[in-house]
Design a protein around this ligand. Sequence first.
Ligand code: SAM
Length: 200
Amino acid sequence: MSHYFENDSNVKSEERIFAANICGANLNFYSDNGVFNKSGIDYGSRLLIEEFIKNYKDGKVLDVGCGIGVIGVSLSRLLHADVDMVDVNLRALGLANKNIKLNTLTSEMNVFESDCYSNVSKTYDYIITNPPIRAGKKVVYRILLESYNHLNENGELWFVIRKDQGAPSAKRDVAEVFKNCEVVNKDKGFFILMAKKVSL
Ligand SMILES: C[S@@+](CC[C@H](N)C(=O)[O-])C[C@H]1O[C@@H](n2cnc3c(N)ncnc32)[C@H](O)[C@@H]1O
């Protein structure tokens, strides 16, 4: 069986568009088989976007594991934030590019292939992720912990993770690196967590 993070060209393409109202904005997303999310916005992603929007001040954002671009596209539309988006799934990256055009975004957006931060050379004010739990703890922890090296001073890591998928231990382990990590919200078992890179 293929997973949403694998580049499996045998997965038959059946492109479709779904609509989503996010914080009052009507957005549309191309999606397909073999990508996350196939037919609608994930509840955790929605909660993450809503909390992030309430707290965003200014600055550049990196969406790690962007999939078809739901988070990055929403932040561009609603905050006019400059957002870079990375993923390992080439079909998802193609759709993320189409979703930028479909939603006629005006902020600066870059979409590129990267295994975690392997091709990320810049630093950001915010890193946001709904990490790929099914890819395994090693990948999830690379995304969460290595974010520290790609954040500017006072930059923030924002992520969503379910309680039963390890939210309490992820909070503890992220706090070891950042020296802080707070639960910003929780709902239906999804935890929205934020850690800030502060000078020691
Ligand atoms: C849970 S999905 C989230 C997708 C999208 N951000 C959303 O919220 O709808 C996680 C994404 O991480 C991607 N991913 C898996 N392994 C990765 C890796 N090593 N580096 C970067 N992205 C990865 C998957 O392809 C998938 O698109």
